[in-house]
Design a protein around this ligand. Structure first.
Ligand code: UD1
Ligand code: MG
Length: 447
């Protein structure tokens, strides 16, 4: 099998986004759009990746990190010029390369694999991935010759009226034999409506030198959709969400109303979970089987075991780790805390920077006071503790094994094991004391 690398084009400005942020870094479900392309390429078994950066190059590199090769294109003179910058960057020798754009996040590894197989089993020097659309729009049109091979790709801006009627369009994804690409790319010229070096012009150059170019028609034309403006960003975000909820439902998760649920791409959810409406599960959440979540819950980077009960109206912030059978109920916010097996925080609480053991009950309205205005402090609540309602736990503080805190306490000192802590004023009853009424209301009361 031939060794294949990939070049991802991401140097363009993305003018229509009207943004200071480079286009490929705009988020889809809290992940930059280019990450979806990179994942699909790697999932298709291609690890030798070069990203062409230009506009906002430093920001793109910083965000994506050091695991990729980068080529800098400055100035940006077109897609052909961009590929030219990437060719010298590969350190390992490769026979062929796949070229993609960083702004087409719906491409799947399965489709890229089909393209790769189509290319590798043909004798073509280039395979273009095409799609047939109801209308060609602003995409390049595929011109085929009498043998049905690809003769050229004509950009919308350069096309004749007859060519504009062609509905088979260029997806912007290609496989090339690297030798043919190298030879052809040095010959392209910016003689077109946009004055750019078009990558699509290499097709004629390859053919002039006897190379064959064919097209693999992508069956699901939705996959090739690109993001050019923020409206398309929202359309694609929705398509990705639908894909995610469908995958989860088919793998055994019940989602009552998928249209109201926002689950990020990397989230893992076990079988027999029930997700109610208006739930946001973001970042790298991992949810065990049999959990009941919602309605109206938001969680970010949360890990939970099996059979947990979350919500309604619960907010779990990053760093929350829940063991099996934990309950976090109504209007409960938890941040950077671990909660042990079977423990419950059922109502109206804030728990932050806390370690809670197993079998603990946290009474309604309990607050961990974790912030003194300068620093955050930790609270430790050991196994089988009972915290009475409306307790303030002023951190740093520890409540020992099997202890109880009386309702309404403000706990500032550690509580040893097997102890009852009462930290509130003792009630005082003054017998015979009556409230002196305002005489102005006396008449009204008599009526
Ligand atoms: C390109 C194709 C068109 C195809 C369409 C598919 C060309 C000439 N045309 O058009 O046939 O139908 O994609 O979406 O290739 N980029 C650079 N450097 C540059 C210019 C662009 O890296 O100098 C990158 C962009 O960041 C983007 C990608 O290349 O990720 C495509 O560029 P774009 O300007 O969107 O090309 P299209 O006009 O859409
Ligand atoms: Mg484009």
């Amino acid at each position: 099998m031939r060794q294949m690398s990939a070049i991802i084009l991401a140097a363009g400005k993305g003018t229509r986004m009207k943004s200071d942020l480079p286009k490929v870094l705009h988020g889809l479900g809290h992940k930059p759009m280019i990450e979806y392309v990179l994942s699909a390429v790697r999932e298709a078994g291609i690890d030798d990746l070069c990203i062409v950066v230009g506009h906002g190059a430093d920001e793109v590199r910083t965000t994506l990190g050091g695991e990729y090769l980068y080529a800098v294109q400055e100035p940006q003179l077109g897609t052909g010029h961009a590929v030219q910058q990437a060719l010298p960057v590969f350190s390992k020798p490769c026979d062929s390369t796949m070229v993609l754009c960083g702004d087409t996040p719906l491409l799947t590894a399965a489709t890229l694999n089909k393209l790769k197989t189509y290319f590798e089993t043909s004798d073509a020097a280039c395979t273009v991935m095409s799609a047939v659309l109801p209308q060609g729009g602003s995409y390049g049109r595929i011109i085929r010759d009498s043998r049905n091979e690809v003769e050229a790709i004509v950009e919308e801006k350069d096309a004749t009226i007859e060519q504009l009627a062609i509905r088979e369009i260029n997806s912007g994804v290609y496989c090339f034999k690297i030798k043919a690409l190298r030879e052809a790319i040095s010959r392209i010229k910016p003689n077109n409506a946009q004055g750019e070096y078009y990558l699509t012009d290499v097709i004629q150059e390859i053919r002039k030198r006897g190379g064959k170019v064919n097209a693999y028609v992508c069956q699901d034309s939705e996959e090739i959709l690109g993001v050019n403006d923020r409206y398309q960003l929202a359309v694609i975000a929705k398509a990705l969400r639908q894909r995610k909820t469908r995958d989860l439902m088919l793998s055994g998760v019940t989602i009552v109303d998928p249209d109201t649920v926002y689950i990020d791409d990397d989230v893992e959810i076990g079988t027999d979970c029930l997700i109610e409406p208006n739930v946001y599960i973001e970042g790298a959440c991992k949810i065990g089987s049999g959990c009941h979540i919602g309605p109206s819950v938001k969680m970010v980077d949360t890990v939970m075991g099996k059979n947990c009960e979350i919500g309604p109206f619960c907010y779990l912030r990053p760093g929350v780790v829940l063991a099996d059978k934990v309950k976090a109920g109504h209007f409960v916010e938890i941040k950077k805390s671990q909660i042990g097996k079977g423990s419950k925080v059922p109502h109206l609480s804030y728990i932050g920077d806390t370690i809670i053991g197993e079998g603990v009950n946290i009474g309604c309205g309990t607050i961990t006071c974790n912030y003194d205005g300068k620093n955050k402090h930790n609270t430790i609540i050991e196994d089988e503790v009972f915290i009475g309602s409306n307790t303030n736990l002023v951190a740093p503080v520890k409540v020992g094994y099997r202890s109880t805190v009386a309702a309404g306490s403000t706990v500032t000192d550690d509580v040893p094991e097997n102890t009852l802590a009462i930290a509130r004023n003792r009630q005082c009853n003054i017998v015979g004391w009556t409230f002196q009424r305002d005489p102005r209301f006396a008449k009204k009361d008599e009526e």
